[in-house]
Design a protein around this ligand. Sequence first.
Ligand code: MRU
Length: 354
Amino acid sequence: MNPIIAMEYSDDRLRLVDQRRLPGAYETFECRTWRDCVFAIKDMVVRGAPAIGAAAAYGAALAALEYSALGAPEFGPAMRAALGELRRARPTAVNLMWAVDRMAAALDASLGLGPGRAAYERLKAEADAVLADETDRSERIAEYGAALVPDGAVILTHCNTGSLAVPGPGTALGIIKAAHRAGKGVSVYADETRPRLQGARLTAWELDREGVPVTLIADSVAATLMRDGKISLVVVGADRIAANGDAANKIGTFMLSALAERYGVPFYVAAPVSTIDFGCPSGDAIAIEERSPDEVTTIEGVRVAPAGVRVYNPAFDVTPAGNITAIVTERGVLRPPYGPAIAALRPGAGEGTP
Ligand code: MRU
């Protein structure tokens, strides 16, 4: 089975698999400008923490291309405005800020080159490096994580964390795919993940495509499965991990972690170090995105709730560190207490495996 390449940059444009259309259609969405990238991130053409970071990095490169004809005094401010909008496209996944900050540093380093094609080439190379880094990270996460999966495990996962959400095999789904390929005979329950249905539309499609046995469930089924001893472990991704190990992920993850705690099911979070916000002390400080009420009141454009009903639609929630059995990163498997384990990964803290 060919791997999914959800993002490709060539001929001065970014091509994304349009995740709004799957599984019904496999279409490409082309970003020709940095504003197209902002739109693609906001509208969830591209989604998943590492993927939106990489898309924003290419957005920065496209901005340098668009502004390459400006004079030096205008180029810097125009670029900073574009980087600011890319950074603000979605508020929770810190990979987005991490990638844009990395592009801002590359921009600073390239200012001596002046506008024109040279700065663009420099930023494009940096975006390629972001994509390559995230690919490499997710490959290593898959390897570390697969070692935690027992033979015959029945795995519960939430949202979509595979090759659509992450360059490379994915985080939680990367682990599941690696365990499957290692012949461990795993099977998966995939939460549908209301309201955007990433589990139904994307995870079920991606696992099926890989030949991993998958059963789709409504989100509310998880409690019954865990109570009945049907789940060997839960593995999910993350959008931002605080310095104390609290982890923001797709809405509903916290509920799963509380159930796992209640029924003694191991609960793993898989994420690259680019998802760790070292400056964020705890989950209380993580900005949680609230999205349009339409996501809850309509399904595929069909209204399923009374017009004008009040809606609360947070896109993410925070799982407390105390509910997490281990955090799988590309630098190894972190165990509680997470504070010191995470501090050891901080840039400049040394490269030793935690
Ligand atoms: O709103 P989304 O679909 O971008 O949310 C994605 C998630 O919550 C994923 O679980 C998370 O980004 C981890 S993907 C490796």
